[in-house]
Ligand binder design. Sequence first.
Ligand code: DX5
Ligand code: ZN
Length: 220
Amino acid sequence: SRTFRIAPSILSADFARLGEEVRNVEAAGADLIHFDVMDNHYVPNLTIGPMVCQAIRPHVQIPIDVHLMVKPVDRIIPDFAKAGANYISFHPEATEHLDRSLQLIRDNGCKAGLAFNPGTSLHYLEHVMDKLDLILLMSVNPGFGGQSFIPHTLKKIAEVRKLIDASGRDILLQVDGGVKTDNIAEIAQAGADTFVAGSAIFGKPDYAGIIAGMRRELAS
Ligand code: DX5
Ligand code: ZN
């Protein structure tokens, strides 16, 4: 059976109390800290960069999973590695040289991920499976937390699950956008093992209760 991972997205955290927020979500049972980087160019919003990654790093033991929604990507990858990122993912449309960018992440000592928007073709995976540690499927269009899960993504999750199993490699299948306690079981059923959840967790009174509820759904 699959190991499931919950990755709270700090996009929905209280940015004025970020250290406390990441400590609380780790204590509540999070497996990864999902760190959304937006540049007001590749996506229509502007968030946080390597300095903030470095600032939260000493507050948690769990891996920091950096989701780059920026273009270009190569220049910023070494900065995130130095800031303590463990995973770094980017979108294939945001680089001219997909293989080079993935290799750059590995050369900087991090695990590499490729992120797909709801409308982005999976053909980008064809020649780079060997360089991947994570595949991130967006189930909303990137830029904002709190959007609704796009149901068509379920079919894409199942397709990627087949590709990962056929590769025989240990690649996480992460789903990002609109993940809630009431749809997480169905998303897992489609083949996901790693679940990003922002608005479902942050801003709610009981992080541990929500994460435990998600794990109960995954076990059922
Ligand atoms: C969206 C981000 C997501 C977002 C998820 O562009 O990549 O990680 O924070 O937020 P929710 O869980 O609220 O959809
Ligand atoms: Zn994200």
